[in-house]
Design a protein around this ligand. Sequence first.
Ligand code: SF4
Length: 446
Amino acid sequence: MALTGIEIYKHLPKTNCKDCGFPTCLAFAMKVAVKQVGLDKCPHITPEASAALESASRPPIQLVTIGVGENEIKIGNETQLYRHEEKFHRPTAIAVRISDRAEDAAIAEQAKAIGTMVLERVGLRFKVNLIAVDNESGDAARFEKAVKLVAENSGMACVLMSAKADHLRRAAAAVSGQRPLLYITDPAQAETAARVAKDEKCPLAVRADGVEALAEVTGKIQAAGVEEIVLDPGTRTVKATVEALTMIRRLALKNFRPLGYPALAVTASLDPTMQAAEASIYVAKYAGIVITDAREPWQLLPIFTTRQDIYTDPQKPVAVEPKLYSVGAVGPDSPLLVTTNFSLSYYSVEGEVEASRVPAYILAVDTEGTSVLTAWASDKFNADTITKAMKKADVDSKIPHKTLVLPGFVAVLSAGVEDESGWKVQIGPKEASGIPTYLKKQQWKA
Ligand code: SF4
């Protein structure tokens, strides 16, 4: 947790000598608290005070980096329990599990499919972040081969999962320099695995039987020279996992250093629908990584959607640029659909226009990223704002038929828009899903 100015002030010399460029030690402390100046600007601070302040101001949850280059994933460094206080910063990494018991060709095929899969939602593109190679075979050579196959065919960063520290060493050496996350699944081998992680310069995930046991083991791993640790509380039911993840986050934010690391969760259900549900729950409840067997697009999309919801800033609506968009090869006869610049509203309309295969213009009116009904209720989507947006986009010179389509829910605006803009207003469907039928039947030309 960030230190307050007063907490910082307590460690300063309190001589008000002004050598730091500030009139008093308190003024300096206030600037340090808001990160406008560094502690090093005070030449009189003692090494003990400096060390105490740096330790206290360290993020409560360690930053962990997995992978390198464009595959690099960072987790941790979160500072809050509730996202309305400050947005969550580092979205949960989704890791799809591949067993080393599968045939080589199947492993390569799965890795390629996961590495190339891109899912799109409201204009954003989502990809799986990691592949977790599971040493289910219990065989070191098999594990090493599977890890190589996955790395070569997916081009992604990996989590290497094994109960044996020496298997992790061999597999890590096979992808040396790629900084995989080593995940030791046998708590008894945690300290041996820590030596492997240190030698290979990799982060280490450690499993223990419960949160208390985790708190005991992290100190030993750190003493072995590994700073970047990921916690697995060993729970495999949804209730126990949510409780453990919540406890870890709460205690970490209270600066309980043994648990000041990101945590991972593993979905245990064999039911494909439940795998997606379970993963989504862990995304919502503080998991830094979720390892899952869910790999089909229909399973992954709800997980990504949950992650997108949790990791957006609740104080900032997700908005698109307010302007005139063209979908398809628009011409002088193309319809003009009016909506707001709330991302979900805009992309719902855009997706349905694309599906209709009828080229159309979409005017996204600036409503500060609020939806049609919310903007109408707060008077941000009215005859005046719509007409101003039309003028700004110069629709008069681009669309000679001078007819626009308003969302059905705001039909009440039609007379005002006609009066202010001089355009003819048609009332479109209430829901975006009605747009293809509406456009195909050319009702807008009526
Ligand atoms: S230089 Fe240090 S001791 Fe002097 S006023 Fe600034 S903070 Fe205080």
